[in-house]
Design a protein around this ligand. Sequence first.
Ligand code: TXA
Ligand code: MG
Length: 523
Amino acid sequence: MITKILSTSDEDLALAGKIIRNGGLVAFPTETVYGLGANALNPEATKNIYLAKGRPSDNPLIVHIAKKEQIVPLVENVTENAKKLMDAFFPGPLTIILKKSNLVNNVVSGGLDTVAVRMPVNKIAHRLLEFCDCPVAAPSANSSGLPSPTKAKYVIDDMNGKIDAIIDGGDCDFGVESTVITLATDVPTILRPGSVTKEMLESVIGRVEVARAVLEGMKNDEVAASPGMKYKHYAPKNAKIIMVKGSKEQYENFVNTKKGALALCFDDDNITIDKLTYGKENDDESQAHELFDALRLIDEMNFKKVYARIPSTTGVGMAVYNRLIRACAFQILDLTKPFTIGLTGGSGSGKGYVAKVFEDFGFNVIDADFYARQIFDKKPSIIPLLQTEFGNDIIEEGKLNRQLLADRAFKNAESTKRLNEITHPAIIELCKENAKFPCVFDAPQLFESGGDELCYKTIAVIADDDIRLKRIMERDNITKEQALRRFSVQKSNDEFEQICDYVIYNNNEDISSQIKNILEEML
Ligand code: TXA
Ligand code: MG
């Protein structure tokens, strides 16, 4: 098929209107992104949209109208909230979902009993819709899974040869797709954030919820309120993007060590590696305007890894975050956590050795046992708490009687637990004070102490039980019975594997290559 490239003249728009009315497909600019339009009342034409995009058939289309009255025959009932929102935001970048009427076929609704309707404010889109003289079903004019097109050239990249015509109307104003709100639920709920913000919607109709999947990944068994949310979306074809959570300085310091990668940052960030910007910090509209263009440009470059500066989630930022987190497949590198990696494992697994190898990779190691021995000196505020629990006489002539404390604290499981409850927070505090990014936190009791919460990712060091036994019997000069008793109060290998993000095997395996693989995936 030869795809006509049309101008925005009335003559060309009239032609485009005729093509759509007669069952063809035309891509056109809107204030949000380019849309791929077909006559919404013609099931054959709308089926062709799914084919051209490679879109799953259960992902419904938005119906575009030129005049507010056109919504009436499409829906069961124009509710009070719908009227208020239409008065406030039509025409504009808002899509409203209501129960559908029988006029709307199942191809458009993706089999749902609702329909999404929007009235664009863009003059070209508006004029085209007038010429069509029918409601127009139009998803974004990209191949399914790619960033929505904000310029005609991206539509041509994706759709040339697959559709009848493309109207070249320059750049889109907003750059992210419309806000989608459903009024078919008890509480109006944002299914996709856009330039009409939660705050703006609430000022017109009161409480509005945000679907959980907007800012977080979908759970495996979760049913999508909006089918579009369940698909991997906006991701570049070859590069892997990781969102980096942290201050401007934390981001800059981290990213500037990543030679060979690309920084997807804000205009004023001080970046010394290759970079691409997507708007200004504290200017969410500029970010929305530029994000998709940047994501498309990444495809034309040759980077394997891209580190994206995290946008805020307020105002239009919520829309930017929602798109970017999908482009990142929900991977967020959290630099605000004190420890980059929490390293744990049973006695004799060889954590200490693995931690040493991490030093070769440029990590700072914080050894929890080392700081545990210092807490009575460095965190004296815990001593009165210990006295209350284990007796005033553990302090003799102003000095801690460590043996007496140990005798009483390790008497039974309950007293050991009380000791840990007092000492763990102090040990963690001390370790935090000494942590320097990038940091490995080597802690046998990582999970028991709550230290895992302070780590970006956790790694278990695992060795077979017989090997661990041999190691600790030799190292600590203890009997097999004593060693086994030590094992019995620790998590098993299986439990460590279950609970941690990654595993390093340390029987005889090569540690460096395992670390390298983990770091490649994680950072
Ligand atoms: O700004 C926009 O909305 C652009 C321009 C072209 O108007 N259109 C657009 O359409 O972004 P599309 O198909 O790419 O995204 C529509 C989103 C999808 O996530 C879809 O699942 C959701 O809206 N949607 C459509 N109808 C729905 C319905 N009845 N219930 C729930 N979600 C619906
Ligand atoms: Mg889309």
